[in-house]
Design a protein. Structure first.
Length: 299
């Protein structure tokens, strides 16, 4: 007799299956209100809760954390600290971040069609960072009881915790890739990376060696590069105002990453590491990609 799955397993299964990419189109006036009207009103409500300029001035004049809490009493952040008898900078940061994550997940859970895919794309960056963080912790044999708590909640995936159950061995990394990473929404980026980096008759056997021979930050940067280019193409496909706004934002992010990686490459004294960093820098979007002069300055 088949074992009865727990409610948590069932929830994780359906949440895992919900990552479906909708190609569009976004819709028009005849369907917008039915699909996105409620979410637009909620977003307008969240936007009205942003701190105003005069509220920021009041926060700058606070001399202690009690005054800080009192100043936020007339804002949407009043309930965030309602049950906090004692405040610290870390608690303030955690509670404010939890509020943002809760609001984002609410919109994401209600979204349908291309909007759902768009919001999923936003979380892929954090999911890649979480996976890299867990793999690094696995290699370093960190305390697994505290590792998951340090992951970014925006990058949560139902099977993320199963990464910690694998052993820090060659077979363990192979099984990790074949049974866990391939089921994540970012599996396509891992596949592209390993296909480009590993040329062998036994590709799975080279995965553990790749993680040992190459800095984990290099792998993570390459995966984020692939994600950024994929996100850019998706926004182009959606078209309209989404493409107009998002393409400019993603181009800016690509240029920022290119400059940051280039600076880090000159800091490194290892020639092979410099080459890897510069290869990560070569994005196919942004002003540095289109302008040869600017690209030469960062190469």
């Amino acid at each position: 007799m088949a074992s009865v799955k727990s409610a948590e397993d069932i929830h994780d299964f359906y949440e895992q299956e919900s990552y479906i990419r909708f190609a569009g189109p976004v819709g028009d006036l005849t369907t917008f209100n039915a699909e996105y009207g409620y979410l637009e009103s909620m977003l307008r409500g969240f936007r009205s809760g942003f701190l105003k300029e005069f509220e920021y001035r009041q926060l700058c004049q606070c001399t202690n954390l009690d005054d800080f809490k009192l100043t936020l009493g007339d804002t949407d952040y009043s309930l965030v600290f309602a049950n906090q008898s004692q405040l610290t900078p870390d608690i303030i940061q955690d509670r404010v971040w939890d509020k943002y994550v809760s609001e984002f997940n609410f919109i994401r859970d209600q979204a349908v069609g291309p909007l759902a895919s768009f919001l999923d794309f936003i979380t892929y960056e954090h999911l890649i960072n979480n996976i890299s963080f867990l793999v690094t912790s696995l290699i370093r044999r960190s305390d697994m009881n505290t590792v998951l708590a340090k992951c970014n909640p925006l990058g949560y995936f139902p099977r993320l915790k199963s990464i910690l159950s694998f052993e820090n061995t060659a077979d363990g990394f192979v099984e990790l890739y074949k049974t866990v990473l391939v089921d994540t929404p970012v599996a396509i980026y891992y596949e592209k990376y390993f296909d480009a980096e590993i040329r062998s008759d036994d590709p799975y056997g080279q995965i553990e060696q790749a993680y040992n021979d190459v800095e984990i930050d290099i792998i993570n940067s390459m995966l984020l590069k692939l994600w950024l280019e994929d996100f850019y193409r998706y926004c182009q496909q959606l078209g309209g105002t989404t493409a107009e706004i998002m393409m400019e934002l993603l181009e800016f992010e690509a240029d920022r990453r290119a400059i940051e990686i280039t600076i880090n490459s000159y800091v490194s004294s290892i020639f092979a590491l410099r080459l890897s960093l510069l290869r990560v820098q070569s994005l196919s979007l942004g002003l540095l990609c289109l302008n040869p002069c600017l690209r030469y300055l960062c190469a």
